[in-house]
Design a protein around this ligand. Sequence first.
Ligand SMILES: [Fe+2]
Length: 322
Amino acid sequence: MSQIVNISQLQNFYASAETPADAADAARVDLRMVFGRSVALAVGECEPDYHPAPQIHASEEITYVARGELWVYVEGTGYLLREGDAIRVPRMKMHWMWNRSGAKCTFYQSNCPPVAGDPAVRQSRSALFDEGEAMPVDYPRVVWLARKYSDEAERRDEAPAEGPLVARAAELKTSVHSGAIGAAASGKLTSKCVHGLEHNMTIATRKGGYHSVPHIHDAEQIHYIVRGDIKIYTPENGFDCREGDFNIVPRNMPHWAHVTSDDENILLQVHTPVLGSAANRKALISPDEHVGPIPTVYNMTPWAAEEIMQVEEKFAGAMRHT
Ligand SMILES: [Fe+2]
């Protein structure tokens, strides 16, 4: 176990002995998932005709289609997601996927809390915990349901639906970040963000040379490096993150980043509770959910930020990597 792992070092989440392979349609999907105390992040790829059984879990889920097309059914309503679209499945809502496109689909998926109740998953490298770190024991599990629910819904053969749980690529506005990330990084970070009641998923682009000052938020953060390399620092660690790495920043841990090359860097990030620092974040919440104020935290500058940054020199020859 480690706070950094590469996607190639993980196993298919659906290949666990505890998962019924036919319900999960495990032969047609490869989902590589990592998790922390409060949120999980996965990169999945599914084959044409992928069609798992309906499932339900005590965990909010967000899915973003990175490449290809995918149908996602929520409580029997089918939504057709194309590249750049996102959907949220609220806690305890029955849902399933169906790849009707004839081509592979790559998708990003987050869960809050992590669906990591399977002991084999907890003991795997998917756990972004360092040696000696306590891990919660009460994660929810995926509950598989009978195919009759999907059969029933699909027999109606309805056109794909639109609705408040879905964000279309064209309506996801870009946020340009400044403020707590510091003058040298200001304007070099842009993001697109969707969120639910409990967590957000963000795709963040950093220009080459981006170097932020320490910020802190009362939210756990997991990121996946979609493109490029990036150095992520905390007072305790320097992580040399490469493409395909997953890495965690624990709640309330000061952290900052440095893109040492001239190349653009793309990070997929999740936070829980919702991080409110992206001005244009889009809520995927339906009106029938009884929503009060959504717990939201913000990027803040920690005490003695410049002093904290000096550890960069200390870690220079001792960066952690996969
Ligand atoms: Fe952060």
